[in-house]
Write a protein that binds this ligand. Structure first.
Ligand code: SF4
Ligand code: SF4
Ligand code: SF4
Length: 284
Protein backbone atom coordinates (compact mmCIF):
# COMPACT_ATOMS: atom_id res chain seq x y z
CA UNK A 1 0.00 0.00 0.00
CA UNK A 2 1.03 3.62 -0.16
CA UNK A 3 -0.36 6.98 0.88
CA UNK A 4 -2.60 6.96 -2.20
CA UNK A 5 -4.13 3.55 -1.51
CA UNK A 6 -4.48 4.42 2.19
CA UNK A 7 -6.28 7.62 1.16
CA UNK A 8 -8.73 5.72 -1.05
CA UNK A 9 -9.42 3.31 1.78
CA UNK A 10 -10.08 6.21 4.22
CA UNK A 11 -12.45 7.86 1.73
CA UNK A 12 -14.34 4.57 1.39
CA UNK A 13 -14.69 4.31 5.19
CA UNK A 14 -15.86 7.95 5.47
CA UNK A 15 -18.52 7.45 2.79
CA UNK A 16 -19.76 4.32 4.56
CA UNK A 17 -19.97 6.20 7.87
CA UNK A 18 -22.09 8.96 6.29
CA UNK A 19 -24.35 6.54 4.43
CA UNK A 20 -24.78 3.71 6.93
CA UNK A 21 -24.05 5.16 10.36
CA UNK A 22 -25.51 8.63 9.95
CA UNK A 23 -22.26 10.26 11.09
CA UNK A 24 -22.65 14.03 11.01
CA UNK A 25 -19.03 15.14 10.76
CA UNK A 26 -15.64 13.54 10.19
CA UNK A 27 -12.43 15.47 10.78
CA UNK A 28 -9.58 14.81 8.36
CA UNK A 29 -6.89 16.62 6.37
CA UNK A 30 -7.18 18.89 3.31
CA UNK A 31 -4.80 20.72 1.01
CA UNK A 32 -4.73 24.46 1.72
CA UNK A 33 -4.47 27.05 -1.01
CA UNK A 34 -0.78 27.35 -0.14
CA UNK A 35 1.40 24.61 -1.60
CA UNK A 36 2.87 22.36 1.07
CA UNK A 37 0.43 23.42 3.80
CA UNK A 38 -2.22 21.05 5.14
CA UNK A 39 -5.36 22.25 6.90
CA UNK A 40 -8.12 20.43 8.78
CA UNK A 41 -11.07 19.21 6.73
CA UNK A 42 -14.55 18.99 8.26
CA UNK A 43 -16.44 16.49 6.12
CA UNK A 44 -20.23 16.58 6.38
CA UNK A 45 -21.27 14.64 3.27
CA UNK A 46 -19.98 11.70 1.27
CA UNK A 47 -19.00 14.20 -1.47
CA UNK A 48 -16.80 16.09 1.03
CA UNK A 49 -14.83 12.90 1.55
CA UNK A 50 -13.39 13.32 -1.97
CA UNK A 51 -11.52 16.42 -0.71
CA UNK A 52 -9.55 14.33 1.78
CA UNK A 53 -5.79 14.60 1.69
CA UNK A 54 -3.47 11.93 3.07
CA UNK A 55 0.22 12.20 2.31
CA UNK A 56 3.54 12.90 4.00
CA UNK A 57 2.52 16.50 4.73
CA UNK A 58 -0.46 15.75 6.99
CA UNK A 59 1.41 17.02 10.04
CA UNK A 60 -1.34 18.90 11.98
CA UNK A 61 -2.60 17.21 15.13
CA UNK A 62 -6.38 17.15 14.62
CA UNK A 63 -7.37 16.02 18.12
CA UNK A 64 -7.93 19.53 19.50
CA UNK A 65 -10.91 20.06 17.17
CA UNK A 66 -12.74 17.30 19.05
CA UNK A 67 -13.14 19.68 21.98
CA UNK A 68 -15.41 21.89 19.87
CA UNK A 69 -17.68 19.07 18.68
CA UNK A 70 -20.83 17.65 20.25
CA UNK A 71 -22.50 14.38 19.27
CA UNK A 72 -20.98 11.53 17.29
CA UNK A 73 -17.84 12.57 15.44
CA UNK A 74 -15.42 10.69 13.22
CA UNK A 75 -11.74 11.52 13.02
CA UNK A 76 -8.80 10.43 10.88
CA UNK A 77 -6.00 9.79 13.36
CA UNK A 78 -2.36 9.06 12.77
CA UNK A 79 -0.37 7.98 15.84
CA UNK A 80 0.17 11.36 17.52
CA UNK A 81 -3.46 12.45 16.92
CA UNK A 82 -4.53 9.14 18.50
CA UNK A 83 -2.20 9.66 21.49
CA UNK A 84 -3.81 13.07 22.08
CA UNK A 85 -7.26 11.41 21.82
CA UNK A 86 -6.20 8.90 24.49
CA UNK A 87 -5.22 11.79 26.75
CA UNK A 88 -8.58 13.53 26.21
CA UNK A 89 -10.29 10.28 27.22
CA UNK A 90 -8.05 9.97 30.29
CA UNK A 91 -8.72 13.61 31.19
CA UNK A 92 -12.44 13.11 30.55
CA UNK A 93 -12.70 15.81 27.90
CA UNK A 94 -14.43 13.58 25.32
CA UNK A 95 -16.58 10.45 25.39
CA UNK A 96 -15.41 7.27 23.70
CA UNK A 97 -18.91 6.29 22.56
CA UNK A 98 -19.27 9.61 20.70
CA UNK A 99 -16.15 9.00 18.69
CA UNK A 100 -15.30 6.91 15.63
CA UNK A 101 -11.54 6.73 15.13
CA UNK A 102 -10.16 5.91 11.69
CA UNK A 103 -6.64 4.96 12.76
CA UNK A 104 -4.01 5.33 10.08
CA UNK A 105 -0.64 3.61 10.21
CA UNK A 106 1.78 6.50 9.82
CA UNK A 107 5.03 6.07 7.91
CA UNK A 108 6.26 9.47 9.23
CA UNK A 109 5.61 12.99 8.04
CA UNK A 110 8.09 15.09 6.05
CA UNK A 111 9.01 18.74 5.62
CA UNK A 112 9.03 20.29 2.14
CA UNK A 113 12.75 19.45 1.85
CA UNK A 114 11.98 15.74 2.58
CA UNK A 115 13.57 15.80 6.04
CA UNK A 116 11.54 14.31 8.91
CA UNK A 117 8.92 16.67 10.30
CA UNK A 118 9.37 17.99 13.83
CA UNK A 119 8.13 15.25 16.18
CA UNK A 120 8.62 12.48 13.56
CA UNK A 121 12.42 12.47 13.68
CA UNK A 122 12.51 10.05 16.61
CA UNK A 123 8.99 8.58 16.52
CA UNK A 124 8.97 4.79 16.35
CA UNK A 125 5.27 4.29 17.02
CA UNK A 126 3.56 3.66 13.69
CA UNK A 127 0.24 2.15 14.74
CA UNK A 128 -2.17 4.47 16.59
CA UNK A 129 -2.73 3.28 20.19
CA UNK A 130 -6.51 3.52 19.78
CA UNK A 131 -8.83 3.11 16.76
CA UNK A 132 -12.13 1.63 15.58
CA UNK A 133 -10.75 0.70 12.20
CA UNK A 134 -7.11 0.61 11.14
CA UNK A 135 -5.88 1.55 7.68
CA UNK A 136 -2.50 -0.12 7.30
CA UNK A 137 0.37 1.23 5.20
CA UNK A 138 1.33 -2.30 4.14
CA UNK A 139 4.74 -1.39 2.80
CA UNK A 140 8.12 -1.22 4.40
CA UNK A 141 8.51 1.70 6.80
CA UNK A 142 11.98 2.86 7.77
CA UNK A 143 12.09 3.65 11.47
CA UNK A 144 14.58 6.12 12.91
CA UNK A 145 17.55 3.87 13.73
CA UNK A 146 18.63 5.57 16.95
CA UNK A 147 17.29 7.70 19.71
CA UNK A 148 16.93 11.31 18.73
CA UNK A 149 20.17 13.15 19.41
CA UNK A 150 19.70 14.90 22.71
CA UNK A 151 19.88 18.65 22.39
CA UNK A 152 20.33 19.14 26.10
CA UNK A 153 23.50 20.83 27.28
CA UNK A 154 25.80 20.69 30.28
CA UNK A 155 24.04 21.94 33.39
CA UNK A 156 26.20 25.07 33.61
CA UNK A 157 25.17 26.01 30.06
CA UNK A 158 21.47 25.43 30.67
CA UNK A 159 20.61 29.02 31.54
CA UNK A 160 22.46 30.31 28.48
CA UNK A 161 20.68 27.88 26.16
CA UNK A 162 17.34 28.83 27.63
CA UNK A 163 18.09 32.57 27.36
CA UNK A 164 19.24 32.15 23.75
CA UNK A 165 15.94 30.48 22.84
CA UNK A 166 13.98 33.10 24.81
CA UNK A 167 15.59 35.92 22.82
CA UNK A 168 13.81 34.60 19.71
CA UNK A 169 10.39 34.25 21.37
CA UNK A 170 7.86 37.00 20.62
CA UNK A 171 5.25 35.64 23.08
CA UNK A 172 2.67 35.07 20.37
CA UNK A 173 1.36 31.95 22.21
CA UNK A 174 0.99 29.96 18.96
CA UNK A 175 2.72 27.04 20.69
CA UNK A 176 0.00 27.07 23.33
CA UNK A 177 -2.84 27.48 20.84
CA UNK A 178 -1.78 24.48 18.78
CA UNK A 179 -0.95 22.11 21.64
CA UNK A 180 -3.61 19.47 22.33
CA UNK A 181 -2.72 19.72 26.05
CA UNK A 182 -3.37 23.47 26.36
CA UNK A 183 -7.14 23.66 26.54
CA UNK A 184 -7.65 25.57 29.81
CA UNK A 185 -10.58 28.01 29.61
CA UNK A 186 -8.37 30.54 31.41
CA UNK A 187 -4.68 30.10 30.81
CA UNK A 188 -2.54 31.41 33.66
CA UNK A 189 -0.86 33.91 31.35
CA UNK A 190 -4.20 35.52 30.43
CA UNK A 191 -5.33 36.06 34.02
CA UNK A 192 -5.55 39.45 35.66
CA UNK A 193 -6.03 38.10 39.17
CA UNK A 194 -3.50 36.87 40.03
CA UNK A 195 -1.46 38.58 37.37
CA UNK A 196 1.33 36.12 36.63
CA UNK A 197 2.93 37.96 33.74
CA UNK A 198 4.47 41.42 33.60
CA UNK A 199 2.75 43.57 30.95
CA UNK A 200 5.82 43.88 28.70
CA UNK A 201 7.51 41.24 26.55
CA UNK A 202 10.49 40.80 28.84
CA UNK A 203 12.82 37.90 29.43
CA UNK A 204 11.06 37.34 32.76
CA UNK A 205 7.64 37.16 31.11
CA UNK A 206 8.92 34.65 28.57
CA UNK A 207 10.52 32.53 31.29
CA UNK A 208 7.31 32.46 33.33
CA UNK A 209 5.26 31.41 30.30
CA UNK A 210 7.60 28.70 29.07
CA UNK A 211 8.50 27.23 32.46
CA UNK A 212 4.86 27.35 33.56
CA UNK A 213 3.67 25.66 30.39
CA UNK A 214 6.41 23.02 30.61
CA UNK A 215 5.21 22.12 34.10
CA UNK A 216 1.57 21.95 32.94
CA UNK A 217 2.64 19.52 30.20
CA UNK A 218 4.63 17.34 32.61
CA UNK A 219 3.79 13.73 31.81
CA UNK A 220 1.18 14.84 29.24
CA UNK A 221 3.16 15.68 26.11
CA UNK A 222 2.40 13.26 23.26
CA UNK A 223 5.48 14.37 21.29
CA UNK A 224 3.56 15.55 18.21
CA UNK A 225 6.00 18.42 17.58
CA UNK A 226 3.20 20.87 16.73
CA UNK A 227 4.46 23.55 19.15
CA UNK A 228 7.84 23.90 17.44
CA UNK A 229 6.40 23.46 13.96
CA UNK A 230 4.11 26.47 14.29
CA UNK A 231 6.55 28.79 16.04
CA UNK A 232 7.07 31.80 13.74
CA UNK A 233 10.44 32.54 15.38
CA UNK A 234 12.02 29.10 15.28
CA UNK A 235 12.20 28.76 19.06
CA UNK A 236 13.40 25.28 20.06
CA UNK A 237 11.83 24.98 23.46
CA UNK A 238 10.46 21.45 23.25
CA UNK A 239 13.70 20.16 24.78
CA UNK A 240 12.43 21.35 28.17
CA UNK A 241 9.24 19.30 27.90
CA UNK A 242 11.17 16.35 26.45
CA UNK A 243 13.40 16.25 29.53
CA UNK A 244 10.34 16.14 31.77
CA UNK A 245 8.81 13.40 29.59
CA UNK A 246 12.02 11.38 29.92
CA UNK A 247 11.98 11.88 33.66
CA UNK A 248 8.34 10.74 33.91
CA UNK A 249 9.12 7.61 31.86
CA UNK A 250 12.14 6.71 33.99
CA UNK A 251 10.62 7.51 37.35
CA UNK A 252 7.02 6.36 36.89
CA UNK A 253 7.22 4.12 33.79
CA UNK A 254 4.44 6.28 32.37
CA UNK A 255 4.11 7.37 28.76
CA UNK A 256 1.34 9.80 27.83
CA UNK A 257 -1.31 8.84 25.31
CA UNK A 258 -0.79 5.08 25.16
CA UNK A 259 -3.38 3.53 27.47
CA UNK A 260 -6.80 5.15 28.01
CA UNK A 261 -7.22 3.08 31.19
CA UNK A 262 -4.00 4.25 32.82
CA UNK A 263 -4.06 7.13 35.31
CA UNK A 264 -1.45 9.75 34.42
CA UNK A 265 1.69 9.55 36.55
CA UNK A 266 1.21 12.93 38.18
CA UNK A 267 -2.41 12.19 39.10
CA UNK A 268 -1.47 9.18 41.25
CA UNK A 269 -0.78 9.34 44.99
CA UNK A 270 1.49 6.61 46.23
CA UNK A 271 2.73 6.79 49.85
CA UNK A 272 5.84 4.83 48.80
CA UNK A 273 6.79 7.36 46.14
CA UNK A 274 10.46 8.25 46.58
CA UNK A 275 9.50 11.82 45.62
CA UNK A 276 12.65 12.14 43.56
CA UNK A 277 10.88 14.81 41.53
CA UNK A 278 10.51 16.95 44.65
CA UNK A 279 13.79 16.26 46.38
CA UNK A 280 15.97 16.31 43.27
CA UNK A 281 17.43 12.92 44.19
CA UNK A 282 18.53 10.39 41.60
CA UNK A 283 15.97 8.25 39.78
CA UNK A 284 16.27 4.74 41.30
S1 SF4 B 1 4.02 20.23 24.03
FE1 SF4 B 1 4.36 20.32 21.80
S2 SF4 B 1 4.99 18.23 21.26
FE2 SF4 B 1 4.02 18.11 23.28
S3 SF4 B 1 1.85 17.64 22.89
FE3 SF4 B 1 2.02 19.89 23.03
S4 SF4 B 1 2.32 20.56 20.89
FE4 SF4 B 1 2.73 18.34 20.94
S1 SF4 C 1 0.01 26.94 29.54
FE1 SF4 C 1 -0.93 25.89 31.24
S2 SF4 C 1 -2.60 27.21 31.88
FE2 SF4 C 1 -2.04 27.81 29.82
S3 SF4 C 1 -3.40 26.62 28.49
FE3 SF4 C 1 -1.48 25.46 28.70
S4 SF4 C 1 -1.90 24.04 30.37
FE4 SF4 C 1 -3.43 25.67 30.50
S1 SF4 D 1 7.93 29.93 21.44
FE1 SF4 D 1 7.32 30.61 19.40
S2 SF4 D 1 5.17 30.04 19.23
FE2 SF4 D 1 5.67 30.00 21.42
S3 SF4 D 1 5.18 32.04 22.19
FE3 SF4 D 1 7.33 32.10 21.60
S4 SF4 D 1 7.35 32.84 19.48
FE4 SF4 D 1 5.25 32.19 19.92
Amino acid sequence: MSFETQKNEIIKICKKLFKEEGTKVIIGFAQSEVEGITTPLFMRTAEDAEKLKWDSQCTPNLAKYLLEKRGKVGIVAKTCDARAIVMYLVEQQIKRDELYIIGVECPGMKNNDATASCGCEACKMRIPPIYDVLVKYNAEITLPDSEEASNTVAIEDNLKKFQDEMKKCILCYSCRQVCYGCYCKSCFVDMNVPNWLPGEISEGAKMIFHLGRAMHLAGRCVECGACERVCPSGVNIRYLIKEITKFTKELYAYEAGIDPEETPALAVFNPNDSEAAMSGSEVQ
